[in-house]
Write a protein that binds this ligand. Structure first.
Ligand code: ZN
Length: 176
């Protein structure tokens, strides 16, 4: 596991900023926005995890994995099974947070593996039921990720991302 973490760090260093989402101008009666392209970095991590943990689930390589087009404060990532799409909060692209990207993507990968065949409890789908927890536990970093979130690490990453982007835009304003 330390191996994949090191690889992620290397990948992270190779990129300076996450690709800015293309701004789609809202037109009247515009069709839904075109499917977002894979982020090469996130997609690479996704496929590596898939190969390592679910080697017989090549079908999950057709998922689309990208950064959130907007700021996200509460949700680190989400998985849309019908659209075969995983969105990762752009705030995770912070020096203090990037080491959790694999664990976060693994959590979403478990959703993709289980698909919609989740247990019902009181008419509600149990997305994080026993089967999910069992799969999730195969990844060694999940407990540490959860305690990082609980201890305020995520909230801090969100704040430092705000500060950094605000500072960058101020700097940009001075130049222009
Ligand atoms: Zn979940």
């Amino acid at each position: 596991m330390s191996n994949i973490l090191r690889q992620i760090e290397l990948l992270f260093k190779r990129r300076s900023t996450p690709a800015r989402p293309r701004r789609v101008r809202a037109r009247r009666a515009a069709p839904r926005a075109a499917p977002r392209e894979n982020d090469p970095f996130l997609y690479e991590v996704w496929v590596r995890l898939r190969r390592e943990y679910f080697p017989d689930r090549e079908d999950l390589d057709t998922y689309n994995v990208h950064w959130s087009p907007r700021r996200q404060k509460r949700v680190l990532a989400s998985c849309n099974i019908r659209q075969r799409r995983v969105v990762v909060a752009r705030e995770l692209f912070e020096p203090t947070a990037c080491k959790w990207i694999a664990a976060v993507l693994y959590h979403e990968l478990c959703h993709a593996v289980i698909g919609e065949g989740v247990h019902l409890s009181g008419g509600k789908r149990q997305w994080h039921g026993a089967q999910f927890r069992e799969l999730e536990a195969l990844h060694p970093d999940i407990p540490a990720l959860n305690s990082w979130i609980r201890s305020g690490g995520w909230a801090m990453a969100v704040r430092s991302n705000r500060t950094r982007t605000a500072w960058n835009s101020r700097r940009g304003a001075q130049v222009s």
